[in-house]
Design a protein around this ligand. Structure first.
Ligand SMILES: C[S@@+](CC[C@H](N)C(=O)[O-])C[C@H]1O[C@@H](n2cnc3c(N)ncnc32)[C@H](O)[C@@H]1O
Length: 279
């Protein structure tokens, strides 16, 4: 059903969170996430960010996720933490019936505006809500997708919600930011925000390491896949801001070389997490 306006925030969001998390800390994290992303997406909207950024296809990370989601035509798909809605638009173009949520109302406004511009608003239903308290019925979705969202949320609550709303046998496919690389962890802890190296994300986000994956594994089956390696290219982004073509190429080649050594793939900044409900 098309929605002219994004649905408003659910005022009762925090009650179920308290059951398994420290609710005060958790509510504070959600507020910080919301404020940060509201500001980010408001600025994007002001700059006229309504272009169809993924019209010509998906990037490697999204493409890998899409390949794991199988046939999308006529399927009910959930886009978790949709941001500017690019993936929701792409999924709708493949014939999927998309539900799409984000904690940031500005993100939802931007994404739903883009869906309308693209004539896809009848196939995508946008809602502002938190991953920790989803407004969907049990066993609704054939598949769930998320890009760079799990490392922002309370994993206990989000894992439970994912297990609840996926149909039996369905899976959630997430392109995420991982913490297996000690060099990247050192940089995150000691260099980001200093020496002219910008902090691009929130202060509360937490890349996924073994501890976080174990939390998810208590509630869902977990598989990790590495469609490519991003390591030197992250250094290029943070230090050289992609300014020098020679360094771009060199970093790409170095990452390709790491990719050839299978045990080193998990040192990638980014990878794919495939989650399946238990039972
Ligand atoms: C790094 S952005 C990724 C956006 C988009 N998926 C993409 O790849 O461009 C993370 C998104 O998660 C949303 N978010 C953060 N915490 C959330 C929560 N607890 N529940 C729902 N969305 C959340 C943010 O508002 C933001 O849009």
């Amino acid at each position: 059903m098309p929605l002219d306006e994004p649905m408003p925030p659910d005022e009762s969001v925090s009650s179920s969170k308290a059951a398994s998390s420290d609710s005060t800390v958790h509510a504070d994290i959600q507020n910080q996430e919301r404020e940060f992303h509201d500001e980010h997406y408001r600025k994007l909207a002001e700059k006229g960010h309504f272009r169809e950024v993924q019209d010509e296809g998906l990037d490697l990370w999204h493409e890998h996720c899409a390949s794991l989601m199988g046939d999308l035509d006529g399927k009910r798909i959930l886009d978790c933490g949709t941001g500017d809605g690019s993936m929701s638009l792409w999924l709708a173009r493949q014939g999927a019936l998309v539900d799409s949520f984000d904690i940031s109302l500005e993100a939802i406004r931007l994404a739903s505006g883009r869906a309308k511009t693209a004539g896809l608003d009848s196939r995508i239903r946008f809602v502002q809500c938190s991953f920790e308290d989803l407004p969907y019925e049990n066993h609704t979705f054939d598949s769930a997708f998320g890009s760079l969202i799990l490392h922002h949320v309370d994993l206990v609550l989000a894992s439970k919600e994912l297990g609840r709303i996926l149909k039996p046998g369905a899976r959630g496919v997430f392109s995420e930011n991982f913490a297996f690389n000690p060099f990247l962890n050192f940089a995150r802890n000691h260099l980001i925000g200093r020496f002219g190296i910008p902090r691009l994300g929130t202060l509360t986000e937490q890349p996924l390491g073994s501890e976080q994956i174990e939390i998810v594994r208590r509630h869902l089956g977990v598989d990790l896949e590495w469609p490519a390696v991003l390591f030197f290219q992250i250094l290029d982004r943070q230090v050289f801001k992609y300014k020098y073509r020679f360094i771009n190429r060199l970093c790409r080649v170095l990452d390709l070389m790491i990719f050839q050594i299978v045990p080193l793939r998990r040192f990638s900044y980014r990878g794919t997490m495939v989650l399946t409900p238990r039972g």
